[in-house]
Design a binder for this molecule. Structure first.
Ligand SMILES: [Fe+2]
Length: 211
């Protein structure tokens, strides 16, 4: 039997990110959207096991997109919840929470953390349709880069240090069409402790997520 995945609990209360992200958004996003990715991932894995049992290559091929979309959705949201921390908590203060990562960011973005946040924000706002913006690292303490992925494609072969969900379901109930305001405010609830941990530990850091 393929492994069954389950919805990981949020590492904070549903209202912990207010006023940046409302309780209503967090409840729907976690309990409905993320749960749907988990449910559909498990269904796709069952269907894949059945197709393998029956040597049904046509069915096997048809399942791959569902696996990618829902598996990616589960991975991305599991990363995202941990990329966020309660409003005004110590983890949201980059100076104390991520000294190594901050220094690396400054080294790569002309000595300026603000240049990085501006560049990251511009990439997020330039994303067309649904997708994700990521700060990725080439490995432990590796080279940093800002990338995007479409739909629910996960980051592969790089370390996803920091990801931001740019699907409308992540902000629309609160920010409506003001995507720029969502992008501006998200910095207030970024969990820099988690980002530092992933930057220092690479894939071993991700393994602690127990997906
Ligand atoms: Fe989402």
């Amino acid at each position: 039997m393929p492994p069954k995945y389950s919805l990981p609990p949020l590492p904070y209360d549903y209202n912990a990110l207010e006023p940046v992200i409302s309780r209503q958004i967090m409840e729907l996003h976690h309990q409905k959207h993320h749960q749907a990715y988990v449910t559909n991932l498990n269904a796709a894995l069952d269907a894949q096991a059945s197709a393998l049992d029956h040597n049904n290559i046509t069915q096997l091929i048809s399942i791959q997109q569902k696996l990618k979309f829902n598996g990616g959705g589960h991975i991305n949201h599991s990363l995202f919840w941990r990329n966020l921390a309660p409003y005004d908590s110590p983890a949201t203060k980059v100076d104390g929470a991520a000294p190594t990562l901050k220094a690396a960011i400054e080294e790569q973005w002309d000595g300026s953390f603000e240049k990085f946040t501006q560049a990251f924000g511009a990439v997020l706002l330039g994303l067309q349709g649904s997708g994700w913006g990521w700060l990725v690292s080439s490995g432990k303490k590796g080279l940093l880069e800002i990338v995007t992925t479409k739909d629910q494609d996960p980051v592969t072969e790089m370390i996803p240090v920091l990801g931001v969900d740019m699907w409308e379901h992540a902000y629309y109930l609160q920010y409506l069409n003001n995507k720029a305001s969502y992008v501006e405010n998200i910095w207030k609830v970024i969990n820099w402790e988690e980002a530092e941990h992933r930057y220092l530990n690479g894939v071993e850091g991700l393994a602690t997520m127990k997906l």
